[in-house]
Design a protein around this ligand. Structure first.
Ligand code: ADP
Length: 723
């Protein structure tokens, strides 16, 4: 018998192998196979009928599989999903399979350890410690010697003594602990009529056991999370699994506890910070169908759930769902694909839907469930602009008098404030006062950002860093390098100067590393140990701080520069989210946007609460230019250490572009960060009408030009970031 095995490597497709006598295989099985001189693990992608000779292959040359692994096979839905994502993103299916196989040790036999249960024979001699150990085991749950010793407050020697005396029997138990089972009836708030009606529509979607996509649309604090928890409960009642995708792992901390309030235990979690042991435990339990609910970052979308009944994409508009390296995919869009292949609903939850989603709703592809207002007495915060042309700060300062006044009042009344600036570090640019030399990254076309807390200049694109030099590398002048513009550290310095008695804390991805550090800040905010939180976009997301009533946005215009097609949409989403942090309970919230363009449509929509009008205007503009979602885009990114090779390949590609109605090719042009980690980058942009099969066009085109070995080519379908 012959099978085709997909190997998690970027090869062209599955490889054929012979099945050794006596090895029973089905599609989806994990197998060990020889590849070159190595042994690799792959998945049986196709089982061929006996006697069908492989096309163009000499059966005598086929190698034999080595082993079948004792892991539940992948189901058809996930295999179809891998193939779908591969063909849509134009990446080899093996590269997508690698996203599924994210724990190699999970494929090994589960590790066992010795645990103990009561044998029924009492020990010849009894002590208090021995009695405590025996009492603990009355619930029939096996425990290791170490666990027993800890629970009984004694030593392992006492446990071993009991075993030797025959009072305990050893049993084998997997090292990895099972996950607790969330209880759909455990807790939960009493839903308002609007929330209950919305929850009902989500529950109906889950109970229908078929594919649908629902936009759950409500202002921050309207109870979207409480509402979609009801859909999760419905999936649990059916015995199916539910997956909740969050854009940022930092968010999971508060989320896991909220989940526990509703379901009685924390869900399983999946993100890049897991230890390899946790990764193994989680992956294996998921594959065995023993993880009823998992909360994760975008990569959780590829976990081998045997019977998913629901995916929730929370903050669906968030750009963090786009994976920009390796397999380039958008987790929200691919979640919808997994739902359609697996015949279950996908709920997209947000206060500021992406334009793509809004258009899908308008065209009837997605359902729309709305939560119109904040829960309880809370109202939406009042948002105003500070016109920086008239009411700007003093020279060399970044906070305007109105923002300072707002903060002062807030702090005086014992409430908390927040300042938002989406820029890490102290100053985004360091230059020489004497000669104007700008401190640049050595191998990238980006400025070095001063981080005063670490006393270093850092490249935010590559992570390169260096000590700030004493003398200017350009002219040799001493102490002439000065920071230009503000980052969060500089704003914090100014705030500390203005409010010396306030506790000011910075929250950005480099000052707060990992979920535990985030948890500490969240707890300090809740306990009132922080007066003023200053942060980058990581403070914008999801947090619920009841005493936070004032938000100042230091530079509301920051995201609007640059040629990104979604710049306005994203700025609106981000600033709405930031504003949504203020006044989430009974105390009213107030938001001030420092801007040089108070009349800009984004600012006007934020101030007047005109989200839908703003989105309609954005949609009309995109439609006029046939830009996504009304047309299709792909970019081809070429990179190489050799600038001439990149340019020549770009020109050759452009020349070979097939002429096709409804498709236009722009470029090649240097990418905005033309040099990144020593590699020169050029980009071609392909724009097509909506009905065109862009992948087919690209394959036909790329088949004609083979870039030289020193030029790397990557395709980005639906590009988001134009860096
Ligand atoms: P969203 O996800 O829309 O931002 P949340 O679900 O986080 O809103 O709700 C905001 C806050 O209000 C949370 O603390 C939540 O527990 C609370 N809340 C929402 N709905 C209710 C309700 N019906 N009863 C009690 N508290 C609620």
């Amino acid at each position: 018998m012959r099978v085709s095995v997909l190997i998690p490597l970027p090869l062209t497709g599955p490889y054929d192998y012979l099945v050794p006598e006596g090895m029973a295989l089905t599609r989806g099985d994990f197998v060990a196979a020889p590849l070159m001189s190595r042994q690799v693990i792959g998945v049986v992608w196709q089982v061929h009928e006996q006697n069908t000779p492989p096309e163009g292959l000499d059966p005598a040359k086929l190698k034999k599989l080595i082993d079948r692994l004792d892991v539940p096979p992948l189901n058809d839905e996930l295999m179809a999903f891998v193939d779908w994502v591969a063909s849509y993103t134009m990446t080899p299916p093996g590269a997508v399979l690698r996203l599924v196989m994210r724990s190699t040790s999970a494929l090994e036999p589960p590790r066992m350890q010795i645990a103990y249960v009561l044998s029924g024979t009492p020990p010849p001699r009894m002590t208090k410690a021995r009695q405590r150990v025996l009492d603990i085991l009355r619930d029939n749950l096996p425990r290791t010697a170490a666990e027993l010793a800890q629970e009984a407050g004694t030593s392992s020697a006492v446990v071993k003594g009991l075993a030797q005396a025959g009072a305990l029997s050893p049993v084998d138990r997997p090292v990895d602990r099972p996950f607790p089972t969330p209880d759909p009836a455990f807790g939960g708030v009493e839903l308002s009529p609007a929330q209950a009606a919305a929850a009902q529509r989500l529950i109906e979607a889950v109970d229908a056991r078929q594919f649908s996509t629902v936009l759950l649309d409500g202002v921050p604090g309207s109870g979207k999370t409480e509402t979609y928890f009801e859909a999760v409960a419905a999936a649990l009642k059916q015995g199916k699994q539910a997956l909740i995708l969050l854009p940022e792992i930092a968010l999971t901390v508060q989320f896991l506890d909220r989940f526990a309030d509703r379901f009685g235990c924390r869900p399983a979690a999946w993100h890049s910070d897991l230890t390899s042991k946790e990764r193994r435990r989680t992956w294996r339990a998921v594959a065995q169908g023993k993880v009823p609910v998992l909360v994760g970052a975008r990569s959780a979308l590829f976990l081998p759930f045997p019977d998913l009944g629901l995916i929730v994409v929370d903050e669906e508009h968030d750009p963090a769902f786009k994976q920009e390296e390796g397999v380039i995919y958008h987790a929200r869009d691919m979640a919808v694909v997994r739902g359609s292949l697996g015949h279950f609903p996908v709920v997209l939850s947000t206060a500021t839907p992406s334009l793509e989603t809004v258009v899908n709703v308008a065209q009837g592809r997605y359902r729309h469930v709305v939560l119109p207002e904040r829960h309880g007495p809370a109202n939406m915060p009042q948002i105003d602009a500070v016109d920086m042309r008239q009411d700007g700060p003093e020279r060399g300062r970044w906070l305007s008098p109105r923002v300072i006044e707002g903060l002062r009042k807030t702090l005086q009344s014992g409430e908390q404030g927040m300042l938002f600036l989406n820029r890490r570090g102290y100053a985004p640019l360091t230059l020489c006062r004497k000669c104007g030399h700008r401190m640049k990254s050595p191998d990238s076309s980006s400025w070095l950002v001063e981080h005063r807390l670490q006393n270093r200049l850092v490249c935010h694109h590559t992570g390169f860093s260096m000590a700030k030099p004493k003398t200017c590398p350009g002219c040799g002048a001493e102490d002439s390098l000065v920071g230009c513009g503000p980052g969060v550290e500089r704003v914090a310095e100014e705030a500390a100067d203005l409010f010396p008695d306030a506790t000011v804390v910075i929250m950005s991805s480099d000052t707060v590393r990992g979920p535990a550090a985030v948890e500490r800040i969240v707890e300090d905010m809740l306990a009132g140990n922080i007066d003023l939180l200053i942060g980058t976009q990581i403070v914008a997301k999801g947090y619920h701080f009841p005493r936070l009533t004032f938000v100042g946005v230091v530079d509301a215009d920051l995201g609007l520069s640059g040629g990104d097609l979604r710049a306005a949409e994203r700025t609106f989403q981000l600033l709405s989210q930031v504003a949504g942090r203020a006044g989430r309970e009974s105390r009213p919230g107030r938001v001030l946007l420092q801007t040089f363009m108070p009349e800009h449509p984004v600012m006007a929509a934020l101030i007047a609460g005109g989200r839908d009008g703003f989105l309609a205007a954005e949609a009309a503009a995109r439609e006029d230019y046939a830009l996504p979602p009304f047309g299709r885009l792909a970019s081809i990114i070429l990179s190489s250490r050799d600038p001439h090779a990149v340019e020549a390949t770009g020109r050759a590609l452009a020349k070979a572009a097939p002429v096709s109605e409804g498709v236009s090719v722009l470029g090649p042009a240097p990418a905005p960060f033309a040099l990144l980690r020593g590699r020169h980058r050029h980009r071609l942009l392909v724009k097509a009408e909506r009905q065109i099969n862009l992948q087919a066009y690209l394959s036909a085109w790329l088949a004609q030009v083979k870039p030289p070995n020193n030029v790397r080519l990557a395709v980005d379908i639906d590009p988001y970031s134009f860096l």
